[in-house]
Design a protein around this ligand. Structure first.
Ligand code: 5RP
Length: 261
């Protein structure tokens, strides 16, 4: 199986595994959505089965909830626990301040609620997700279906006053029909190319009637675990300003042995 994984998938796996191993017994944990988060959920499932790890998990999508349940992880609602110790999730882009673009998987609304209700958010990502300035990845904005075209016009008018390089806003599709989120909404992907002031843009977008939530995560992420294709992992903590490198690859450990045929 290892041979089947691209270097990017190996990087995602390495980051996901390292973060899942940071979860401690008894924690209330937010589970992100996407391919990197799915590796993390699988590793937590292994720990539940093999070590008897006890956690209460709040998934950020129906997809993640289904995977967690299949793996024997206890799934609860956010309202049942009220607050979380830790959320681990992927990202589409992160910058040097650990501000993020999320929502490539269409789950950023629940992801933002869950991450904000956590003592700590850890992002897991392959090294290719790091950018100097956010915006090359199209920014997802969840909008209610009612009057979505008017909402799009209002968003584009707002973008004209912002420090961005593009203003096109594409309705996300699922085949021939508009993509529908877990909350029954649609997503507009904003092709901005470069976001000069992400904090300001996040506030302005959420003022537009019809917008439910945008995919900019500002001052929400505390740590990022960056995976590389050879299994190396780097941990950056924005609060402590520290950077740690995992030495196990240099020490000859085969991180991917669990994935072998
Ligand atoms: C889903 C997300 C994902 O975390 C993001 O799209 C990254 O996905 P992947 O891990 O598959 O690259 O925000 O809404």
């Amino acid at each position: 199986m290892t041979g089947d994984l691209s270097p990017m998938d190996k990087a995602k796996y390495a980051a996901a595994r390292q973060a899942a191993d940071m979860v401690q017994d008894g924690m209330r944990v937010g589970l992100g959505t996407g391919s990197t988060a799915a590796w993390m959920v699988r590793r937590l499932g292994e720990r539940v089965q093999e070590e008897g790890l006890r956690i209460k998990a709040v998934p950020t999508s129906t997809r993640t909830a289904q995977l967690a349940r299949e793996l024997g992880i206890e799934v609860v609602s956010l309202d049942q626990v009220g607050w979380l110790d830790l959320t681990i999730d992927g990202a589409d882009e992160f910058d040097g301040d650990l501000n993020l673009i999320k929502g490539g998987g269409g789950a950023h609304l629940q992801e933002k609620i869950v991450a904000t209700a956590s003592d700590q958010m850890i992002v897991i990502a392959d090294a290719g997700k790091e950018v100097e300035t956010l915006g090359a990845f199209p920014l997802p904005v969840e909008v209610i279906p009612f009057g979505w075209q008017t909402t799009r016009t209002l968003i584009q008018e707002a973008l004209d006053t912002m420090d961005v390089l593009g203003t096109s806003a594409a309705l996300r599709m699922n085949g021939k029909a508009p993509f529908v989120t877990d909350e029954g909404n649609h997503i507009l992907d904003l092709h901005l190319q470069r976001i000069g002031n992400a904090r300001q843009l996040a506030l302005v977008l959420n003022q537009v009637p019809g917008v439910v939530e945008n995919g900019l995560f500002i001052d929400i992420c505390d740590k990022v675990v960056i995976g590389h294709g050879d299994g190396r992992v780097e941990l950056r903590d924005i609060n402590d300003g520290t950077i740690e490198l995992d030495q196990s690859v240099e020490a000859g450990e085969n991180l991917f042995s669990d994935l072998a045929d």
